[in-house]
Design a binder for this molecule. Structure first.
Ligand code: G
Ligand code: G
Ligand code: MN
Ligand code: NA
Length: 253
């Protein structure tokens, strides 16, 4: 399988990079964090989308190395920005369900935080609801990560198999409302009801709530009215290269 072979070499050959998408606090209109999204450029294959290669990485086990690379790179970059005197923000890294089945996950993250010197409070892990997660292993991993001081966000909330079960069983800090609910917020009554209900539930549970995929001012105004505090989406910024984030941080400071 050509793509698997190329993927194994991608890290060593420096073909992976991260793009960053701002998360904005509606109370202050300021960028408070960044979601880290991996990108792969290969000479033969061109730009390969993560929705294409992450599933392959998961099947072949390469995800463990890629996941570790993203975590280290994100923590290191964030620490470099902080050391340069730029405003402190968090980085949010997507962690695959396979990584949660690895008992070494929290130890690996602890090592990365120690090596890079990033304080744990500036790292957030995004987990996705999935059937194939070993609940006992994940519970253990999440408990150790919480003890470390890392924050946990439930990604794509509302689309998976066990949204409520995860909220009940896992030490979640943040709910990220899936972008499919934000689309058509104005025109689809059912989306409006679901989003409003999710925000209320998050508030009652003491969770931070982020709406993803915000593309229009209209969606933003509705979210504001519902009391949603954090937003992310093309309306503010697409995922961009680190230089552009640096410029934004310079303007913030
Ligand atoms: O930004 P984008 O459209 O390319 O992302 C596509 C999908 O790939 C999203 O579901 C996103 O969560 C996932 N993804 C992006 N970066 C990473 C990563 O570093 N690790 C994992 N596990 N998934 C990622
Ligand atoms: O699954 P996850 O939420 O981690 O993936 C985020 C995905 O959503 C990435 O592919 C990112 O590029 C994409 N994305 C971020 N903001 C928007 C948006 O406003 N509209 C659309 N269509 N996609 C978005
Ligand atoms: Mn995500
Ligand atoms: Na998401």
């Amino acid at each position: 399988m050509a793509i698997e072979f190329q993927l194994r070499k991608a890290i060593l050959q420096g073909e992976l990079r991260i793009v960053y998408q701002p998360v904005v606090d509606l109370n202050t209109s300021l960028m408070v964090g960044l979601e880290c999204l991996i990108r792969w450029h290969n000479a033969e294959l061109g730009e390969v989308s993560p929705s294409e290669f992450i599933p392959i990485a998961e099947e072949t086990g390469v995800i463990h190395d890629i996941g570790e690379w993203v975590l280290r790179e994100a923590c290191l970059q964030n620490k470099l920005w902080q050391d340069a005197g730029l405003p402190a923000i968090f980085v949010a890294v997507n962690v695959s369900r396979c990584q949660f089945n690895d008992p070494r996950l929290s130890g690996m993250i602890e090592d990365i935080l120690r090596e890079t010197g990033l304080q744990p409070g500036y790292l957030e892990l995004e987990i996705t609801e999935s059937l194939s997660m070993d609940a006992k292993l994940a519970e253990g991993a999440l408990a150790s990560l919480k003890r470390l001081g890392v924050r946990i966000a439930m990604d794509d909330f509302g689309t998976g198999y066990s949204s409520f079960g995860y909220l009940r069983d896992f030490p979640i800090d943040k709910m990220k409302i899936d972008q499919s609910f934000i689309k058509g917020l104005k025109h689809r009554h059912v989306n409006a009801v679901i989003v409003q209900t999710m925000i209320t539930m998050a508030q009652h549970l003491g969770l931070a709530v982020v709406a993803e995929g915000v593309e229009t001012e209209e969606e933003l105004n509705i979210l504001r009215e519902y009391g949603c505090r954090y937003v992310q989406g093309y309306y503010f910024s697409r995922p961009v290269e680190f230089q552009q984030i640096e410029n934004m941080l310079v303007h913030l400071s």
